[in-house]
Design a protein around this ligand. Structure first.
Ligand code: ATP
Length: 257
């Protein structure tokens, strides 16, 4: 049995089974997730799309152990999150999860190297300097280690955020609109970098509204009203855009009924 769960954690660092999440109660209750079952295989790049309010952020937060499902189960790196205390969840997140946000969330007074090592130091561990140099090299910033965020372009700042995410060797990187604040060319650069990292074995789950960004993923999940209504494997930009349009039209028709 132990072997099976160990294997599962390697093959699929994040698994959600029948996850429901309801915010509030009574008349004001909102069902943000209405029975989501999905696993994100190791070394895969998944995009999560859907209309505003469809539950994308809630899915990310539940999958990362930042928010607790109302029912259903989440396994992160083989560990069932059910019944875990806040302290235990924090430890699991530190070990296995990293985030990249639209706003890069870097510390302006710290240089690239210091930003990348900060989470490890805050977790009370000594950074692995060779690995830190390696991730900074992977994001193409070896010549900029002593620069502060204010001295870097938007794309370079997002690459620092990605290096910071990789520094702790996370089982999974959750990215919430990572290219939302970037111009088209810089966004493509960052997406190509993410693709390269996946090729090297990293698991990435990315929320995006952008069909171009989603087209870099191996699999695109479409959420509507808290449920995964369809998926597309390795889709082109046109296929993603047309699925979004179709789901938007269906939602509009439902509202008009
Ligand atoms: N903390 C909260 N308290 C109450 N309701 C919430 C909370 N967080 C989210 N919701 C509601 O849950 C539903 C899903 O929200 P969520 O933020 O997950 O959607 P989303 O698809 O990420 O939206 P967007 O694309 O606009 O960011 C929405 O109706 C939202 O208003």
């Amino acid at each position: 049995m132990n072997d099976v769960s160990a294997m599962t954690s390697v093959e699929s660092p994040v698994q959600l089974d029948s996850v429901h999440k309801t915010y509030g109660s009574g008349d004001s209750a909102v069902e943000a997730l209405a029975g989501v079952s999905v696993s994100f295989p190791a070394g895969s790049f998944t995009a999560v799309m859907g209309p505003s309010g469809s539950g994308k952020s809630t899915l990310l937060h539940c999958a990362a152990g930042l928010d607790k499902p109302t029912s259903g189960s989440v396994r992160l790196a083989g560990a069932d999150l059910k019944g875990k205390s806040e302290t235990q969840l924090t430890v699991l997140r530190r070990q296995h999860v990293a985030f990249v946000f639209q706003s890069f969330n870097l510390m302006p007074a710290l240089n690239v190297e210091q930003n990348v090592t900060l989470p490890t130091l805050l977790a009370g561990r000594e950074p692995d300097r060779a690995w830190v140099n390696e991730v900074i090299a992977r994001v193409g910033l070896s010549q900029r280690v002593k620069h502060r965020p204010g001295e870097l372009s938007g794309g370079q700042q997002q690459r620092v955020a990605i290096a910071r995410a990789l520094a702790a060797r996370p089982a999974v990187v959750f990215a919430d609109e990572p290219t939302g604040a970037l111009d088209t060319n810089t966004a493509l650069e960052v997406l190509n970098l993410m693709r390269e990292l996946v090729r090297a074995g990293q698991t990435i789950v990315m929320v995006t509204h952008d069909p171009v960004a989603a087209s870099f993923a191996d699999n695109v999940l479409f959420l509507v009203d808290g449920q995964i209504v369809t998926q597309l494997a390795s889709p082109g930009v046109e296929a993603v855009a047309s699925m979004l349009a179709q789901l938007g039209a269906q939602a509009k028709a439902r509202r008009q009924r």
